[in-house]
Write a protein that binds this ligand. Structure first.
Ligand code: ATP
Ligand code: MG
Length: 368
């Protein structure tokens, strides 16, 4: 059944990506192959010029595409947009309202034109127009109208999603730029000599992917520096995931950090991602790292060395695409000496270690 195959192929194409032009052009190609469409265009409203413009076409030259602009109410295309209902022109040579603005049709006689609004509920977004040549034996107008009706509503849903996607992406980029601004070195207060040295280190290491250990008393800006490193690094478009190890109950830390496979233990009814997975492409900030239980110190060491881990109860190995920044206000070397912290993990974490000077040594630095 050609109609069904056509619709199936089109719905697949429209769910592959959010590339508007590429997807709609693919739709036009399917229509031309499956339905013997000679020419076809998808027109969408351009909110700036308030005109219908061709965003995808089949059988038209670039110049013809540029010419194909219609105001609401202009020609067949503009009328369909205005009225929100489809139009069928059996012979474009005999229809005075058919403007042929693109000039794409050499032979006008005998060509039929089907024009369908692209709308969701009452929101009209554009129009799809298709040329076909019908003969006694070839083609059925009613079938084509049915297919085009479904295709137009598939396109409408896609365009709606695409618009939401673009808006969200733009907002996201704006917020990211603001975050990058907020967590930039000129915005961190630090006039004292010691703190300036810290910022110099931050500047130097931000763009690398090395693990960083931040040491310093409470309130000295460890989390602030962790975010500054993240937002000045090439990982800034990825997430910054902060985990305070001290507040997680010991028996939940592993699941929280590395995720759980369904059925790993009683109560694990669904598969759950861990923070390391959520931080993919970004940075994970492990605050109060000294509180990490011994059993998990080994697992973290492996993540740092091999860049892989497994979800709790799973044998599938997951790649850890994260930068690790750890922090503590404890004296970690002292913890190593007391046997509370693995020495090998300590060295692995402190490849770069930054000591934040206590406030009392920062002279005139006044924190907001
Ligand atoms: N150099 C600085 N410039 C501007 N603000 C700072 C600076 N250092 C710290 N702050 C601010 O002080 C507050 C405490 O900083 P932050 O949370 O980073 O400290 P911390 O070292 O993580 O403390 P804790 O150990 O208590 O978690 C935050 O509001 C932070 O923005
Ligand atoms: Mg903190």
């Amino acid at each position: 059944n050609t109609e069904l195959t056509t619709i199936l192929e089109i719905s697949k194409v429209l769910t592959t990506s959010f590339d508007l032009e590429e997807n709609l052009n693919a739709v036009m190609n399917i229509l031309s192959k499956r339905l013997d469409m000679q020419r076809g265009c998808v027109f969408l409203m351009d909110p700036i010029s308030n005109e219908l413009r061709i965003v995808a076409a089949h059988g038209l030259t670039k110049e013809a595409i540029k010419r194909g602009k219609y105001r609401i109410g202009e020609g067949i295309v503009g009328s369909v947009m205005q009225n929100g209902s489809m139009m069928f022109v059996p012979n474009i040579g005999k229809e005075p309202r058919f403007l042929n603005k693109t000039g794409a049709r050499p032979e006008k006689c005998g060509v039929s034109f089907l024009c369908m609004p692209i709308k969701l509920k009452d929101e009209s977004m554009g129009v799809i127009g298709v040329d076909r040549i019908y003969t006694e034996e070839h083609g059925n107008v009613d079938d084509d109208i049915r297919v085009l009706d479904i295709v137009a509503s598939l396109i409408a849903q896609f365009v709606k999603l695409w618009k939401m996607f673009v808006t969200t992406e733009n907002e996201c980029n704006l917020l990211r730029r603001q975050l990058k601004q907020i967590y930039s070195i000129p915005n961190v207060i630090g006039e004292s000599k010691k703190f300036k040295a810290v910022l110099k280190t931050v500047e130097k290491i931000a763009s690398t992917d090395t693990t960083v250990l931040l040491l310093g008393e409470s309130g000295t800006g460890k989390e602030l520096i962790a975010k500054t490193i993240h937002y000045q690094s090439h990982r800034m478009n990825g997430p910054f995931v902060a985990v305070n190890v001290a507040v997680l109950p010991e028996n939940l830390i592993e699941a929280e950090l590395f995720g759980v496979e369904k059925g790993a233990f009683t109560g694990a009814t669904t598969q759950r991602k861990g923070r390391f997975e959520y931080a993919k492409g970004g940075t994970i900030f492990l605050d109060e790292i000294a509180e990490l239980p011994m059993s998990l110190q080994a697992k973290l060491l492996r993540v740092l060395q091999e860049k892989t881990f497994e979800r709790l109860g799973s044998s599938e190995t997951i790649k850890a695409d994260v930068r690790v920044i750890a922090a503590t206000n404890k004296n970690l070397i002292e913890e190593v000496r007391k046997g509370n912290f693995r020495e090998d993990l300590y060295y692995r974490l402190s490849i770069i270690n930054i000591k934040l000077p206590p406030l009392r040594e920062r002279g005139d630095d006044v924190l907001l």
